[in-house]
Design a protein around this ligand. Structure first.
Ligand SMILES: [Zn+2]
Length: 228
């Protein structure tokens, strides 16, 4: 339901997430440990003779660890999703197709972090807890000032947003989160015609789902691929 405190969430590799309220969550360390353990087990597996008894034993170990990693990640994603819902009433995330960007410069890491899964889980938890979820077009959220809307070019190595137009300063990813929040608010007030109050009054579970899809529609009537 579109009412109350809005939160924009930026996800990334350096920080797992950053919110418009300035909350920063680092990627958990245990992932790295589990990943290196996985590499070790896989290396051992590759040395075993295929279809031998030892190969099967080792294969099972690898599979179990994969399973453990998936569960640990999912658990972490659920906890973070709940934390977002504890902190706000509307959650906005970027409308990125992570399967596409995974092919790009970030490659495997992007998939490892499971951002696509995280977004799906956040959506689900919002629905379950009666919070509003919306997706926004994320293009340029890292190059814009959330305070004055001016363009602030910076490459990935620049970790601080420092606006030459209005002198607003904050963490780079927090600024991105704030831009996502701003776009989300603009999107729902456009969709709801008379603004957020109406969206609140006639919003029912299920309707919210349809509405959040509407919100995420990019401007200029471009069609976008439906995600499952
Ligand atoms: Zn500015």
């Amino acid at each position: 339901m579109a009412w109350g405190h809005p939160i924009g969430v930026d996800v990334g590799l350096e920080k797992f997430l950053a919110t418009s309220d300035g909350v920063l969550v680092k990627p958990p360390k245990f992932f790295k440990n589990l990943q290196s353990k996985l590499r070790l087990l896989q290396r051992r597996l590759s040395r075993k003779q295929r279809k031998s008894k030892n190969y099967e034993k080792q294969r099972l170990k690898v599979a179990r660890l994969h399973h453990q990693i998936d569960n640990t990640r999912k658990d972490f994603h659920f906890k973070q999703a709940h934390a977002l819902c504890d902190a706000g009433d509307m959650v906005f995330m970027e409308d990125l197709d992570y399967r596409t960007s995974a092919k790009g410069m970030f490659g495997k890491h992007m998939l490892d972090a499971g951002f696509g899964q995280f977004r799906t889980i956040v959506k689900y938890i919002c629905w379950k807890r009666g919070k509003f979820f919306g997706e926004v077009d994320a293009r340029g959220t890292s190059q814009q000032c959330p305070e004055c809307g001016g363009e602030v070019k910076k490459d990935l190595s620049v970790r601080v947003h420092s606006c030459p137009h209005c002198e607003y300063q904050t963490d780079r990813d927090v600024a991105a989160g704030q831009n996502i929040r701003n776009r989300g608010i603009i999107a729902i007030s456009t969709v709801g015609q008379t603004g957020m109050e109406t969206a609140c009054a006639d919003d029912l579970p299920g309707v919210g789902e349809a509405r959040s899809r509407q919100v995420s529609k990019p401007p200029k009537g471009k069609t976008r691929k439906l995600k499952k």
